[in-house]
Design a protein around this ligand. Structure first.
Ligand code: SF4
Length: 405
């Protein structure tokens, strides 16, 4: 641990711990709902409705500094700063821009050790029918100036935001780059919701007007950080105004998490995606060790407990690994699995995205199309996810901090 500032003269070593500013613990407000914000305000002698004002400023107006919250009197803002309150919203520290318009972000959380998480912005989403995983890869650009041009107009008509729920992941899916990190820590609710709000701010998204989808499919397994994940969802729904019907959470099949999720009220329950990725327990156990704890049938039983909205479907995500999970007989097995589940469901196919140190191969375009056509012929609704931001390691399964901060 670094406890001393280095100078050329050892006699001048200054213990950093001795610096008065180093000892001041900031009190972040971002991540608290209006009730908790009201309690903070009550502690400094303010009426409860200050909580509502603060929530409006943090989550709707997306203000990042206390001094910008002009609905509060100046004297109160100064008092809050003196008492070490801060907005404390996670900050975009670095932006990687893909040739396809996708942006990947390193986002600085609220913890003090400087770990970053990753989030992705995909203009026009990633669910187009075209795309077979064979697009040429062009060099990515790294943007270090993260500010946007004033007055820059929107170049997108809809967008998908993908955010992380943990730093790293413990689930150890064999095809996933994030798994290489292991689990480092859970994100707080403020750190999960903060990724979203920072990205909405960067792209001037008008909530309720712009078409925005939010997917919890970045780094980590949301259902192994359940309380913080759901607290973030509630903030985003109740304070920011996003619709839970435009949110999807993907799980590798954490059965106790799915069972809890089934009890969530519709008003705050995102849609559910199961990261299936294999046609049977044998192959799934090899590529997703979590399957040995919760095999496919146990996952299906838990999913059936979720009371779906009318026209809502469960999504089965299926990563096609060349020669491993992409054969026509696998597609027929998947169709049987989906039919036997009795669930209204669709299958999203994802041609595996390569990553350093992972010994799988991409499926051929022919294998992808044959798989898609086989499922379709079996009567299963099937969609091919367009690979987005592959050149900047923003595509599915590729998120891993590439710059330590
Ligand atoms: S695919 Fe998801 S659950 Fe599996 S290791 Fe990667 S981040 Fe974790």
């Amino acid at each position: 641990m670094l406890t001393q500032a280095v100078t050329t003269n050892p006699a001048q070593f200054v213990p950093l711990d001795a610096h008065p500013l180093q000892n001041v613990r900031k009190k972040p407000l971002f991540g608290l709902d209006r009730t908790a914000l009201a309690a903070r305000m009550a502690a400094v002698g303010e009426p409860p409705w200050r909580g509502r004002q603060l929530a409006e400023a943090l989550y709707r107006q997306r203000l990042a500094e206390i001094d910008q919250i002009t609905t509060l009197p100046k004297a109160l803002r100064q008092q809050m700063e003196t008492e070490s309150f801060e907005v404390g919203r996670p900050k975009i520290a670095q932006v990687f821009q893909s040739v396809d318009g996708t942006e990947r972000y390193l986002i600085q959380g609220q913890d003090e050790n400087g770990q970053t998480v990753e989030a992705v912005w995909m203009p026009e989403g990633d669910d187009g029918e075209s795309g077979d995983g064979s697009e040429p890869i062009q060099p990515a650009s790294i943007q270090t100036d993260i500010s946007r041009e004033a007055g820059e107009s929107k170049s997108w008509s809809r967008a998908t935001v993908c955010v992380s729920s943990q730093v790293g992941c413990a689930v150890n899916c064999q095809f996933c780059l994030t798994a290489k990190l292991g689990l480092q820590r859970n994100l707080t609710a403020g750190e999960i919701a903060g990724q979203v709000v920072a990205i909405l701010d960067r792209h001037s998204v008008e909530v309720g007007k712009d078409r925005l989808n939010l997917v919890f499919m970045g780094m980590g397994e949301p259902f192994l950080n359940y309380d913080n994940f759901m607290a973030a969802v509630r903030l985003l729904v109740e304070e920011t105004g996003l619709s839970p019907q435009r949110m999807t959470v993907s799980t590798s099949g954490i059965v106790p998490g799915i069972e809890r999720f089934a009890q969530e009220p519709d008003a705050v329950r995102p849609k559910l995606a199961i990261s299936l990725n294999a046609p049977n327990d044998q192959i799934r156990g090899e590529i997703m060790p979590i399957n040995r704890k919760w095999p496919i049938q146990a996952v299906m039983d838990a999913v059936r407990q979720v009371r779906l909205r009318s026209r809502e479907r469960i999504t089965f995500e299926y990563v096609l690994l060349g020669g491993v999970t992409d054969q026509p007989q696998h597609a027929r097995e998947v169709a049987r699995l989906v039919r036997r589940s009795g669930l209204p469901a669709k299958v999203n196919l994802i041609a595996w995205n390569p990553g350093p140190g992972i010994a799988y191969t991409m499926p051929t375009p022919h294998a992808v199309e044959t798989f898609r056509a086989t499922l379709s012929a079996e009567g299963i609704p099937v969609y091919l996810r367009r690979p987005r931001g592959r050149d900047i390691f923003a595509a599915c399964g590729q998120l891993k901090r590439t710059v330590e901060r």
